[in-house]
Structures are given as C-alpha cells and as structure tokens.
Design a protein around this ligand. Structure first.
Ligand code: BES
Ligand code: MN
Ligand code: ZN
Length: 490
C-alpha cells in the first residue's frame, strides 16, 4: 500500500531556513514580490534569490513557473525551489504549483514556506498527490522516505483546512494502487479483502459471494466471471454520515480485474493494459475511503462488481442468451463487451435495495470513448440535467476532464436482438453511446443517473500534472466534491 507522505504544519521559523538540509520551497509572485521567508532566504544567499528571479523575469515569470537554486551559498539546503504564485492564487493554480514541489521532492525532506497564501491547503494537496510512486513490487526498497513540513502564519488553521483535502489524496492513492496492481495479485478475492479492511474506518462492508449472487439472479454478472478460476463477487460499502433516513447517493464501479475479452479474445498487443479494467471499482473504493476519512456528513453507498473475464471451457460463448437480475434477457454477441453485463446487475440490485437519490456508475467501458475524447476527458452520460450539471461543475473545479455525450432512442434501437430482449453490442458507430444505452435500460424511471466512461482517463502512459504515469485516480476528487456540494448536510 502506498501511504501519502505525512505533512506537518508549523509556524514560520526563519532561523530554521539556514539550517534545513533538505529542499526549501518558497513563493514569489509574478511581480517578484517576496514574503518574509523569501526575503530571509535571499539575505542568506547574499541576494542570489533576487538575482535569479529578476533574470527569469526578463524572460518569463508567470504563475505556475518554478525556479530551482541548487546548493545555494550561505545555507545548508540542497536546493531552493521558488514557485511563482500570486498571494490570492485560486485552488487549481495552488494545487498545480504544489504538484511541482511534490514531483521534485525525491527523497528529500521538503520545507515549504507559504506564509498567508490563500490556496495553501490546495498547494499542500497538490504536493502530496504528485508525490506518489507505485513501488510495492520493487525489491530495491520501499517508497522514498522524507517528510513535508509546511510553515505558515496559522498552522492549526491550515492543518484543519488541509485535513479533508489530504483525506481525498489518501483515497486517491488507494484508487491508484488498485488500478496499478497486476491481476495475478489483485484477484477478485484480494480486491474484496482490501475493501473489507476499510471497516476500520467506520464503513460497513459486505461481500456477496457467488451463491448469493446466483440467488439474487445476477446471471449476467456471473456469466462474465464463469470462465475464471477467481470467484465473482459484489462488494457493498456503506457510509452513513448523513441524516438517518436520507436516501443515499449510490456509486457503482466496474471491477473487471482482468479483461482478456473472453472467447472473443483481445489481440495480444497491449492486452496487459487490461489490468486496469477495474478502474471504476477502484475509483468507487477511493471515494468511499476519502468520505470515511473526512467523516463526510452524507449517506453514500458504493457497490462494485468484481469479476475476471477469461476464455475457458466454462466461459460464456458468443451467441449465449442470459437473463439479468431485472428479468430482461441479453444475447451476448461479443464476450468482450462484458462491463455492461456486470454493471447492469449491480445497478439493478442497488436500486432495488437502496432506492438511491442518485446513481453514478464508473467504468473503463469502451475503447470507443478514447477514439472520441482521447485521454483528456471522461465521457459523461446522464438522464438528469441537474445532477449532471452539478457533476460537471465539480469535475471542472477539480480539473478532472469530463465531457457530456448524448443519449437517445435511435441509439437504443441499435441494441435490438432478434431472439432476446437486447444484444450486448450495438456495432461500431457510437460504440460508447450504445454501451451507455445498454446501461440505461437498467435505470428505473425517476432515478437520477450518470454513467462515466473512464477508459481514457483512469490510467495514462505518461505523467500528468498531478500524477506520475500509470493510474491517475481520476474522479475521486470530483465525486468527493459532488458529495460535498449536493449531498452533505450542515
Ligand atoms: N475494457 C474494455 C474497454 C477498454 C478499452 C478499456 C481500452 C480501457 C482501454 C471493454 O470491456 C471492451 O473490451 N470494450 C469493447 C466493446 C466492444 C466489444 C463492443 C471495445 O471497446 O472494443
Ligand atoms: Mn472487454
Ligand atoms: Zn472490459
């Protein structure tokens, strides 16, 4: 497990700058104005800081820039990182500036002087989010050691402001660890065990096993997993921080721990990427963790369908007809369109059991969404403008790309089957939309619903602003914020 680097908060202590042996980070605004801490470092370095900033200003010195002085004279520090940021930086700018520090920290102890910076809590969150490395399988050592200390005017106030943001970073790390974990280790059983560990945080966690799923009639979910040696499971997580009888928000995740495509086998090249096909479930887990850690005053249930899609003598075949929990029958024409078969049963079960106030599913559902939106935005599909707009607003505030896509009867018609109630594929045109239409057939009238197709954003081949390459944890911040904006009392 990757634990976020611990952050300490303290009062600005000018004396300690000269003696600090790790990295020091300071903020200087776009006009070159320095705060007390920066002025002190400037004096210690005999004006080197001021000269370096002025030299940069002749070229370009704007919010988000960073300048590094290595082994500055007059100090013990190994480096001074100077961030360009206004005193009234917004949350996004502060988070991204912090990320630059998180990226450069390495193994060093980082001492950041933020003074009275308005976005300081977000700067701290950004530093922690970017300071992630998945090292569980490196025999050469554990995660880089080192600490982060933040010096400011009022440490207890900043610590309180940062606490919920650090809870969200912690949840994001859980998502990233799950998504990065290879499939031989993160089996359905291991996944369920890791979720069950969150009971410690006050979450109620139940694991439904195959016999129970059979009894509930979740035949389409079980069909996906029937070719695998790993048993299919549904895990139900409940956080009850809101009013006693308030209907919960439901989060549902696709947890295909590995997607070979099944009998409709995927090509070999790149198949290893399908270890991230549980990204939806990983995000749900991370959000639930964040909500529990920050003791959110909301009722939220998180359900994940954990299966492995393998080809074998017991696997489903193209052409099989299977009955869903809802009762509708599905002609499975392509066993690689398996995510929707998992989600439809979990969605139905969720509505029957919880009558949620809103239902949001997340899934690495289609390659087509990557063709449409690339790796910049998740596809957003919804039957409810108010919920959808609130989500898009939250995603924007967290700079998590999200773009609404259409739904409509003409797309739904593409799922007609000659022998069953529907088929599980709609053809190549609009592949992400027909996948969403399939899911919508399992949304009850009156349930506000959002489907998030995160195939393009859950894991990236190169580093992004807030994450190294690999799992991003996309959606944890946006969903946490949506809960805060729309479902939290008081
Ligand atoms: N898990 C894949 C979608 C995917 C592709 C996720 C690339 C992440 C990166 C999904 O189960 C799948 O195989 N979808 C098929 C659907 C098709 C058979 C209708 C696809 O997108 O090709
Ligand atoms: Mn598939
Ligand atoms: Zn899949």
């Amino acid at each position: 497990m990757t634990t976020p680097t611990a952050v300490r908060f303290s009062e600005t202590d000018i004396e300690r700058f000269a003696a600090h042996r790790g990295r020091i980070a300071l903020i200087v605004d776009a006009e070159g104005r320095m705060d007390t801490a920066a002025r002190r470092v400037n004096r210690l370095s005999k004006g080197a800081l001021k000269r370096a900033v002025e030299a940069r200003m002749e070229d370009s010195w704007q919010a988000g820039d960073i300048l590094t002085l290595a082994y500055p004279a007059g100090m013990d520090a190994e480096a001074v990182d100077v961030l360009c940021l206004g005193r009234s930086a917004d949350e996004t700018a502060a988070r991204e500036a912090g990320a630059l520090l998180g990226k450069s920290r390495g193994k060093s102890d980082l001492l950041v002087a933020v003074g009275t910076l308005r976005g300081a809590a977000h700067l701290v969150q950004g530093a922690v989010l970017r300071d992630y490395a998945f090292r569980d399988h490196k025999t050469s050592g554990a995660a880089p050691a080192g600490t982060i200390e933040v010096m400011c005017k009022d440490p207890s106030e900043l610590e309180a402001a940062a606490a919920p943001l650090l809870a969200v970073a912690d949840g994001t790390f859980m998502t990233r660890d799950l998504v990065n974990e290879p499939a031989n280790i993160l089996t359905t059983t291991e996944f369920a065990d890791r979720l069950a560990e969150m009971k410690e945080l006050g979450l109620k966690v139940e694991v439904l096993e195959e016999a129970q799923l059979e009894e509930l009639g979740m035949r389409t979910l079980l069909a996906v997993g029937q070719g695998s040696a790993s048993p299919s499971k549904v895990v139900v997580m409940q956080w009850k921080g809101g009013e006693k009888d308030a209907a919960p928000l439901a989060l549902i995740g696709k947890g295909v721990v590995f997607d070979t495509g099944g009998i409709s086998l995927k090509p070999a090249a790149g198949m290893e990427d399908m270890t991230m096909d549980m990204g939806g479930a990983g995000t749900v887990a991370g959000v639930m963790r964040a909500l529990a850690l920050r003791k959110a005053k909301a009722n939220v249930v998180g359900l994940v369908g954990l299966v492995e899609n393998m080809p074998s003598g017991t696997a489903i075949r193209p052409g099989d007809v299977v009955r869903s929990m809802k009762g509708d029958t599905v002609e499975i024409l392509n066993t690689d369109a398996e995510g929707r078969l998992v989600l439809c049963d979990v969605m139905w079960y969720t509505q029957e059991r919880f009558e949620p106030a809103g239902m949001i599913d997340l899934a690495t559902l289609t390659g087509a969404i990557i063709i449409g939106l690339g790796h910049e935005n998740a596809g957003v599909f919804s039957n409810d403008d108010a919920l959808c707009d609130a989500f898009l607003k939250a995603a924007k505030a967290e700079s998590e790309g999200a773009w609404r896509m259409p739904l409509g009867k003409a797309y739904d018609d593409m799922l007609k089957s000659p022998i069953a109630d529907m088929k599980n594929i709609g053809g190549r045109p609009g592949g992400s939309i027909t996948a969403a239409q399939f899911l919508q057939r399992f949304v009850k009238d009156g349930t506000p619903w959002i489907h998030l197709d995160i195939a393009g954003v859950a894991s990236l081949k190169s580093a992004s602003k807030l994450a190294p390459k690999g799992a991003t944890g996309w959606g944890v911040r946006a969903l946490n914020r949506l809960v805060a904006d729309m479902f939290e009392t008081g």
